[in-house]
Write a protein of this length. Sequence first.
Length: 307
Amino acid sequence: MFESYALLLGSTLSAGTVLAIAALGLLINEKAGIVNLGAEGMMLCAAIAGFATVVITHNPWLGFLAGMAAGALLAAFFGVLVIWLNTNQYATGLALSLFGVGFSAFAGINFVQAKLPESASYAIPVLGDIPLIGPALFRHHPMVYAAMALTVGLIWFLYRTRAGLVLRSVGESPESAHALGYPVRRIRFLAVIAGGALCGLAGAYLSTVYTPLWVEGMVAGRGWIALALTTFATWRPVRVLLGAYLFGGVSMLGFHLQSSGVDVPAQFLSMLQYIAPIVVLALISRNPAFIRANMPASIGKPFYPGS
């Protein structure tokens, strides 16, 4: 029994890593006042870019770089439209998501049956051999631990550095930041690119490590869940990480119940990972004042210099 719980914990950390990395990227966007609804499309394009790169080069780390580049490129295109051309952020994000779904399906036609090279073992010496704890905590891919380190680094950046203070000020009051001489549009653009790169990293991790294959639409709504995570976490990195593990654990719970012999319809278990964010968001939305108190004031609003 304890072995099954250890397996559930380990799979939760792995599943939550995809959501955590993508949600941290979206958090950077929203701290700068930009809402990017195109996470699903960016993750899909990054997933096929990373997968194809690993198939061709047999180098998984180049796959991560390719995924980040794909995500950053699409985010840059989105940034030009919403920051300099002042298009509607929500409509542009939805268009980006639809584009990513279609383009990734087209680009991945020749890679559906492709196989990745056998992955190496990443168990931490000594710690990975500890009964129960070792398999649950110390036998993961380095990206699992990188997501945790990224959370700590983002906390330090946002709340302990001048650059983080400037980023948050742009999200709270871009007019005031502009009056102080900060290049608001450039800062927002860099934040959008950084967020896109992290979404791309999450997509590449999904297709090369978590589920090492390419299937059309394999992101399966994780981009939307990551977007919901930022609100669920009230725009705080630690809560983003914990929320990612919560939703990842809910999605893994279905497989755990099935393997334990629980007679639950498979369709219901598949819905769990989507039901959980909806329920949580509905509960926290009962107090709109709490959301407004933590949400960046200019989020989703265009900035007009000189206005």
